[in-house]
Write a protein that binds this ligand. Sequence first.
Ligand SMILES: [Zn+2]
Length: 390
Amino acid sequence: MDPKLESYLRATRVLRPERVKPRGHDLFRVALSRYFPGLIPPENLVLTHSTHRSCESVEIAGQRYVVYDTYMTDSLHILNSLWLINSSVAEYWCYALRVIAEKFLQRDVVSLGAYAALHYRLAATFADPRVSRINPPGIRGFFTATQETFVVLHELSHIYVQSNSAEAQAKIQSELEYIENCNLTYVAPQLLRRELTGGRKAALAVEMACDDLAANRAFDLMADDCAEGFEPLGIVLPILVGHYNLRWLAMLDGLVSGFLQADLSGVAEQSTVEMMIRSHKAHANSYLILANRNVALSDREVRDGSSAERYPGYQFNAKELVELHDTIIDQFYESPWTSVERIHAFLKLLQSEDWHADLLAMASRFDVLSHTTSEEDLAWIANSILDGHL
Ligand SMILES: [Zn+2]
């Protein structure tokens, strides 16, 4: 690894090179050479492992890198497990506590990191979201592989979009129009206008453009990677579920940021609106992927069946798609969404009440911290819990 890149990474996260899982790396390189040849050198696609479950592109000393953290793979694996067995809110809540504990610790907010970790530890005695405890069928591995490839393709798409090519600009323009015109029955238009002004709208359009580029390419790549006779819906489904896994993680990130900026509700509302528009587009795009990207197809056309008349050539069953859409939305708004709402309520409570005595009481239960709340001790207890030693 380039020493300058390494020192940047060491400065921004706690690296655990022994935990890097190189499993997806070959597929990432195929994705780069097939869809974005020459965008960055293959060796600039770098894997790390830390608590930053992220994929980011960075420019260091004139070189552009895409850094994929394989903790993302672990996280997607757990979220896929929870999704595939339609887990209860208790399991999502437990994992969400772990996620926010890590986010507080990353931002050096140690006492809150420890407090969230202690709640995670408590919640895990009732509902343990670790993969070892959950055993859905082998399909989980394919879900995770598809999603991690999507994540890397999304980041590569960002670099591509920044290149200012006419194609990229046209794509962003069409996403802006989509945002203007999308008719979300569950988001009031005035809320949409209030929350999505200028810069945020442009940023959302870029995210949606990258989502589309990545979803189409991930679909093709996984279709090639599958044995003969793959089921198209079997690839669209993990992409869509992955979309919700990523949005779930982003919502938690938004809540922690909002909390630290003392604007919890504002940030929550904003990220909800963005999440809904982005998800709406992800569903619309999955229709397009299945329609071979040659036809414009609206949600309504699929629902009322008129698509079958307009596009007599297309292969998939519209009713099946409506069911897919409804199942995913319904399932997302049950346990995963409820767990995000509970985290919102939990953080709100932390804003209004003194929780330090409670932190001390919870910590003393472990017999390692009896009368101290020094930052060092709290960091130790939080990390020991998250590492599974306590
Ligand atoms: Zn992005």
